[in-house]
Design a protein around this ligand. Structure first.
Ligand code: NAD
Length: 355
C-alpha cells in the first residue's frame, strides 16, 4: 500500500538534562536577548522556581495560578506583563502554570520558555485553554507554543507518586489517542509508540523508587513525545470524553485521563488493528489492553470516575454533551448507548469490556 500523508512538525527548541535547568534557562534567556522576564509559577511551585531562576534577572514573579486557567487569572497575568514591559515569559510548573503563560502569549505575542514539572505535556503543544463560568474553551494558535522547553527530571522528584502516576497516564493517553485521532499519520504513530515504551519503562521505576531520576527522565521523555504526537494528531475519542468531563463537572485533569483511558482502549482496539498492533508491541505484551492494564496494576492507578468526583446521575447528560464531539476518524461508530456503557463502567471502576 502506498504511503501518503501530510504532517506538520512544530518548531521548538528542547533542552533536556537532569540538574541543568538553571544553567539551560540562563543560556536561553541570553540567546533570546530578553531583559525583562516574568516568571510564572504557582505558590506551591515557588521554591523550585526560585532555584531554577537563580541565574537570571527576574523583573516580576507571578504566582496567581489556578487549574484550567480562569479568564480572570489570565487577565491579571496579562496586565502584569504589560505593566512591567515584559519581553519574555518563563513558566515553571505543571500544565496549569504553562496554561497561564500560554494565555498571556495568546494576546501579547510574548515568547515563552517552559520548564515543566509534571508530565502533562502542554509545553510541547500549540493548544491553549481558558475557563469562564464553568465552560472551558480551547483553541490552537502557534503564538502559544513555547519557543523553548527546558526539561530537568530532578524538578519532578517532588511530585508525589500518586500525582506522578496520574500525570504519567495522562501522557500515556496522549500516545494512545494519537493512534486514531483525526490528523494521525505514521510520524505521530511512531512518536506515540516510543512514548508508550518510555512511559511504560519510567512510571514503574518511579513507583518503585520516587527518587529514581532515571525513571523520571524516561517519564519526562515519554511525556514530551506524547505531547508532540497529540499536538499533531489532534483530539481523539478519549480526549473529547475527558474534555467534557473535566470542563463540565470540574474533575481533576490527570486522574480523569488515567481512569477513562483503559475503557476507550478496550472499546476502540478491536476495530483498530494497526493501533492494537503498535500499542501491544510498544508495551511488549500480547494485546494493547493487557499492556495498559498490567501497567495500571503495577502503578495502582486511579480506577473509578466516582473517586474523581463524578456523580452517576450526571452520566446521561455527559453522554449528550460528548456525542457531538466524537471524531469522524474514530475507528468504530459511537452510539449514545456505547458512551453510556463506557462511562458507567468507568464510573464504577469495573474491568473494561474485552480485557
Ligand atoms: P497542575 O499543573 O494543575 O498541577 C497539579 C498540582 O501539582 C498543582 O497543585 C501543582 O502546584 C503541583 N505540582 C506541579 N509540579 C509539581 C512538582 N514538581 N512537585 C510538587 N507539586 C507539583 O496539573 P497538570 O496535570 O500538570 O496540568 C493539568 C492542566 O494542564 C489542565 O488544565 C489541562 O487542561 C492542561 N493541559 C493542557 C495541555 C495543552 O496542550 N494545552 C496538555 C495537557 C494538559
Amino acid at each position: 500500500m502506498s504511503l501518503v500523508f501530510d504532517h506538520v512538525t512544530l518548531g521548538q527548541r528542547v533542552l533536556f538534562g537532569s540538574g541543568r535547568a538553571a544553567e539551560n534557562l540562563a543560556a536561553e534567556v541570553d540567546r533570546l536577548g530578553a531583559s525583562r522576564v516574568m516568571v510564572i509559577a504557582s505558590q506551591s511551585e515557588h521554591s523550585v522556581a526560585r532555584e531554577v531562576a537563580a541565574g537570571i534577572d527576574v523583573t516580576v514573579f507571578h504566582d496567581d495560578v489556578a487549574p484550567h486557567v480562569p479568564v480572570t487569572k489570565a487577565d491579571k497575568a496579562r496586565a502584569a506583563a504589560t505593566e512591567n514591559a515584559i519581553d519574555l515569559l518563563v513558566c515553571i510548573g505543571g500544565g496549569s502554570t504553562t496554561g497561564l503563560a500560554k494565555a498571556v502569549a495568546l494576546t501579547t505575542g510574548l515568547p515563552i520558555v517552559a520548564v515543566p514539572t509534571t508530565y502533562a505535556g502542554s509545553e510541547a503543544t500549540n493548544v491553549w485553554g481558558l475557563t469562564e463560568a464553568a465552560h472551558k474553551t480551547t483553541g490552537v494558535d502557534d503564538a502559544v507554543l513555547p519557543a523553548t522547553v527546558v526539561y530537568d527530571a530532578q524538578l519532578t522528584l517532588s511530585l508525589p507518586v500518586e500525582l506522578s502516576v496520574a500525570s504519567g497516564l495522562n501522557a500515556m493517553a496522549h500516545c494512545i489517542d494519537s493512534m486514531w485521532a483525526p490528523r494521525t499519520d505514521p510520524i505521530n504513530k511512531a512518536l506515540a509508540s516510543e512514548g508508550i515504551r518510555a512511559l511504560a519503562d519510567g512510571l514503574p521505576a518511579i513507583k518503585a523508587d520516587p527518587h529514581d531520576v532515571t525513571g523520571r527522565e524516561q517519564a519526562q521523555y515519554g511525556a514530551y513525545l506524547s505531547a508532540v504526537a497529540f499536538a499533531s494528531a489532534g483530539s481523539g475519542l478519549h480526549h473529547q470524553i475527558c474534555h467534557v468531563l473535566g470542563g463540565a463537572y470540574d474533575l481533576p485533569h490527570a486522574q480523569t485521563h488515567a481512569t477513562v483511558l483503559p475503557y476507550v482502549l478496550a472499546f476502540n482496539a478491536p476495530a483498530a488493528p494497526d493501533a492494537e498492533r503498535r500499542i501491544a508491541a510498544a508495551f511488549g505484551t500480547g494485546t494493547a489492553s493487557a499492556g495498559l492494564n498490567d501497567l495500571r496494576v503495577v502503578l495502582d492507578a486511579p480506577r473509578a470516575l466516582k473517586d474523581c468526583g463524578l456523580d452517576e446521575a450526571a452520566i446521561p447528560e455527559a453522554v449528550e454533551r460528548i456525542l457531538p464531539f466524537v471524531p469522524d476518524s474514530n475507528p468504530r461508530p459511537v452510539t449514545s448507548h456505547d458512551l453510556e456503557t463506557l462511562l458507567l463502567a468507568a464510573h464504577s471502576g469495573e474491568t473494561p469490556a474485552g480485557t
